[in-house]
Design a protein around this ligand. Structure first.
Ligand code: ADP
Length: 350
């Protein structure tokens, strides 16, 4: 186990800076998920920790040691990739043992570690098979096994589940989480999938365009998103955003509707309300003309527009709701569930 410190890390390719002063302290045994849309710099950041990309400026430390100039093999990390990167001509056992053999560990120590990892991952029955004789989920386990046998200080995961189908992804997600808890190894996990991020991470680092938008627990990020970007990226369906004018504790929406707010801010803002926080209320001030209800079984998503505007809005209602196109529904939103962001910068205003 080890702490990791990312200290003002930047990465440039030629004249283009793609990561900007990334700052983050990761605790012993913590599971950190780096999440953000494609191209935001997640893989580059992970690869810098792995030693597969050079650091342009700043420092990466593991434990108390700056590792910028250490070779990947000397960093005491193990990486699990999206494409598994298994050797096709080797058996599962040989694949798992390979890294240890290179490091010249004694034969019986290698055997012990491979068997122990195979037991943890329940793949003992497949040890003599080749990767092509395994399902995607089994291959993923072997890739994990290869990381576990190394007994590293740090696990790095680069979108390890994206090649699996939806059901298996959920199952493997749980397995990775349980495994990481059990082994207590400090881990960094990269994904573009916000559900994976929310369910796996002790904390999430939300990246956007090479900047850290927020670094916090899943609940912090959900309840107090630091920016419009984070608010829109985390949570499904996405948060609704409505331009509004703030004055004297009131928000005026583009159709003239006013809502009470606890914020003292004055001027143009962006109001954010999650679909699950729009509560049906006969006396509610937020009037929505229904375009399309989507009945999902446990919930109904009502997609519509705020009456008198073209502003799209989605409400998530419990159970099956009989709303149909053209209906006007009324909602209120609890004051504490209204998020106010600066209209210009998109940053949260408390
Ligand atoms: P993500 O993993 O979030 O999808 P990446 O870390 O792969 O994003 O890429 C971040 C940015 O860096 C992107 O704009 C990408 O085009 C750029 N980039 C990545 N690798 C290189 C490279 N070898 N040369 C130039 N630009 C690169």
């Amino acid at each position: 186990m080890a702490k990791i410190k990312l200290d003002s890390l930047t990465k440039s390719y030629g004249a283009t800076e793609v990561l900007h002063h990334i700052q983050g302290d990761i605790d012993h045994g913590e599971f950190i998920v780096i999440v953000g849309p494609s191209g935001c710099g997640k893989s580059t950041l992970l690869r810098m920790v792995a030693g597969l990309e050079t650091v342009t400026t700043g420092e990466v430390s593991i434990g108390d040691k700056v590792i910028n100039d250490l070779e990947p093999a000397d960093r005491d990390i193990a990486m699990v990739f999206q494409n598994y990167a298994l050797y096709p001509h080797m058996t599962v056992e040989q694949n798992m043992a390979y890294g240890l053999k290179i490091r010249k560990l004694p034969k019986d120590e290698i055997k012990r570690r491979v068997e122990e990892a195979a037991d943890i991952l329940e793949i003992r029955d497949y040890l003599k098979r080749k990767p092509r004789q395994l399902s995607g989920g089994q291959r993923q386990r072997v890739a994990m096994g290869r990381a576990i046998v190394r007994d590293p200080q740090v696990f790095l995961f680069d979108e390890p589940l994206s090649n699996l189908d939806a059901k298996l992804r959920v199952q493997m997600r749980l397995e990775i989480r349980k495994l990481q808890r059990r082994l207590g190894v400090t881990s960094i996990y990269v994904t573009h999938d916000q559900v994976e991020a929310m369910t796996l991470g002790d904390r999430l680092m939300v990246l956007n365009g090479g900047y850290v938008e927020q670094f916090g627990t899943p609940i912090e990020v959900y309840e107090k998103p630091a920016s419009v970007f984070v608010a829109g990226f985390i949570g499904s369906p996405s948060m609704n955003f409505i331009s509004a004018d703030a004055q004297n504790g009131l928000l005026t929406l583009p159709n003239g509707t006013t809502l009470r707010t606890s914020s003292k801010t004055v001027g143009p803002v962006t109001l954010g309300i999650r679909p699950e926080h729009l509560l049906p209320d006969e006396a509610g001030a937020i009037e929505v003309e229904v375009d399309l209800p989507e009945q999902l079984g446990a919930t109904t998503l009502v997609h519509g527009r705020i009456v008198g505007t073209d502003l799209p809005i989605t409400a998530s209602l419990n159970g099956i709701n009989a709303a149909s196109s053209g209906d006007v529904l009324k909602f209120n939103a609890p004051v504490e569930q209204m998020h106010i962001f600066d209209a210009q910068s998109g940053k949260r205003i408390d």
